[in-house]
Design a binder for this molecule. Structure first.
Ligand code: ZN
Length: 560
């Protein structure tokens, strides 16, 4: 009798309301549950009940596993006639609301689990996990489901259309080559969208589709600023404080590395189109020839500097190397070499992994100070210690450390060769690189180790320029925290009067984006959380190898 009771209980169990279990069988590999059709059904067209069955058909659904084994539901469902004269439908198929959507091959609850695991673990790992759990599903199906779900959600636009405070930033498909855009709802701390490119046009359209945006937090003045002006003129723009400090650091680094000093001739470093002295009409005497050579060289330097400025403007404006090369009619490799001097290692190097040279920064610094500067040697050494990145990545990482200009053509190197003051680390007696010195320059003393503080003191003692830049850095930090914009104006005046090219340039950039920088001082918003989302995106991108399309990244970045 007891056995009978168990049997009866299992027979009344049903995968969904209104369906009755006809049989439950355990085969070699899976459970098969056969369900019987209802006695009557409701027309999806008009809602009228029908008792008139036309025919039956079998529908097969996969369900959650039982005892670790797959579960297959075979439901014998009806095709029914609608007898309502006013209804367009003559025949309809029986639905199983709550169990599965009309054309699905999985039950709703299984589809949810697949999506949840796929979202968190990605395609291949989910495939393995689901197989182990008795719910086999291929990674392509998992990923297709995720994409479809995210696509449907961004079409209904529930999340995106209501975003009021948008944090916008770029992320690299391939650093220095191809960038995408991420948009975060700063109020809800959720990713709103991931765009395949970094262009003013795409972003402008995005803003036009999202008219509720009141505040746009973005990095430097450039294409996002332009896009917001164009597509969201109602919105207040806020320059991101973190990026401002990083821009400051990069400016300091260029100054210390000598990259910032354009060329020694002040007439040219003014940046305008000042006329160069005319060449002497005749140059038969030797001294004339020398003077002439010098003038030609100076002329070429001016041209180079101009090209460099244009490349930098385009690069900082978000253009890829390919685009810059096309626009300026230059060779791609040449642009690449020049961009390397602008594109100093980004601010995420702190949170680095063994695939990044920054992970071995301390070791590299030490070797560098010991005079080992050949990329090949350093590459071998860190590879033995677990470096998984590429040779060229390391070469790019080291490029700003070279005391001369990086590997430009020989005469370019001469033209732009920096005058460097090498300050030695107080503890080790080794040179402090511009990279480290710049990072120290903007770091508050309260956050420093004793050794860092000693280095700062040494740098200050060795360079009046460093001392001034450090004072300005600390004051700038104070301005950003102060919440009052008056101090910003005073700071700008101070920076302009400092006599240091980099500080004047930085002040000029701030001035060009003054409204947004003022807002950065007075508004609470910043892109701090956007950085976090970008790190997550990078991790996802790496985990998906080359297979990550933007739709998939979007699907996995937006909240489920
Ligand atoms: Zn009907």
């Amino acid at each position: 009798m007891r056995q009978q009771g168990v049997m009866k209980a299992s027979m009344t169990w049903s995968p969904a309301a209104g369906l009755n279990v006809v049989s439950v069988e355990r085969g070699g590999q899976a459970w098969t549950i056969t369900l019987g059709s209802q006695q009557l059904s409701v027309c999806p067209g008009c809602g009228a009940r029908s008792k008139s069955r036309h025919s039956t058909y079998w529908r097969t659904l996969r369900d959650l596993s039982a005892q670790g084994a797959p579960v297959v539901i075979n439901a014998r469902l009806g095709r029914w006639r609608c007898r309502n004269q006013l209804c367009d439908r003559r025949i309809f198929t029986e639905r199983v609301p709550g169990l599965a959507s009309p054309f699905a091959r999985r039950t709703v609850r299984l589809a949810e689990i697949v999506r949840l695991i796929g979202y968190n673990a990605g395609g291949r790992p989910s495939e393995r996990l689901m197989k182990r759990l008795g719910m086999p599903v291929s990674d392509t199906t998992i990923l297709a489901g995720l994409r479809k779900y995210a696509g449907a959600r961004s079409e209904t636009g529930s999340l995106a259309s209501s975003v009021r405070v948008a944090g916008v930033d770029d992320w690299a498909w391939r650093k220095g080559h191809k960038y995408g855009t991420i948009i975060v709802d700063l109020e809800r701390r959720a990713v709103v969208d991931v765009l395949a490119d970094r262009s003013a046009a795409t972003m402008t359209n995005w803003f036009r589709d999202h008219p509720n945006v009141d505040v746009v937090s973005r990095d430097r003045a450039g294409l996002y600023a332009e896009a917001a002006r164009e597509g969201a003129p109602q919105a207040k723009q806020v320059a991101d404080r973190f990026h401002l400090m990083q821009n400051f650091r990069e400016t300091v680094e260029r100054q210390l590395g000598g990259y910032e000093a354009p060329i020694r001739d002040s007439r040219i470093s003014g940046g305008g189109n000042q006329a160069l002295p005319a060449l002497p009409a005749r140059s038969d005497r030797r001294s004339d020839a020398v003077a002439r050579t010098r003038l030609i060289r100076r002329d070429r330097q001016a041209v180079r500097q101009q090209i460099f400025n244009e490349i930098r403007a385009l690069f900082e404006g978000g253009n890829s190397i390919g685009e810059i090369a096309r626009k300026l009619g230059l060779g791609r490799r040449r642009v690449e070499r020049w961009v390397r001097r602008i594109d100093v290692p980004d601010h995420n190097t702190m949170a680095s992994t063994p695939s990044s040279p920054a992970y071995f920064g301390v070791l590299l610094e030490r070797r560098w100070a010991e005079g080992i500067t050949k990329v090949r040697h350093l590459f071998e050494e860190i590879r033995r210690r677990g470096y998984t990145g590429s040779f060229s990545h390391l070469a790019r990482f080291l490029a700003p450390w070279r005391s001369g200009a990086p590997s430009l053509d020989d005469d370019e190197q001469e033209a732009l060769a920096p005058v460097r003051v090498r300050t030695l680390d107080a503890m080790t007696g080794r040179a402090i690189s511009p990279l480290i010195a710049a990072a120290l320059c903007i770091k508050p003393r309260g956050q420093m180790t004793a050794r860092q503080a000693a280095s700062v003191d040494a740098l200050k003692a060795g360079s009046a320029e460093f001392t001034t830049m450090r004072r300005l850095a600390m004051q700038f930090r104070g301005v950003l925290r102060s919440g009052t914009t008056e101090r910003l104006d005073a700071w700008l005046t101070d920076a302009r009067a400092s006599g240091i090219y980099a500080m004047q340039r930085f002040a000029k950039t701030i001035h060009q984006d003054l409204e947004a920088v003022r807002n950065a001082v007075s508004e609470p918003w910043s892109n701090g959380q956007t950085e976090g989302q970008i790190n997550k995106l990078k991790t996802l991108k790496r985990a998906m190898y080359g297979r990550a399309g933007v739709d998939l990244l979007r699907a996995r970045m937006m909240p489920l």
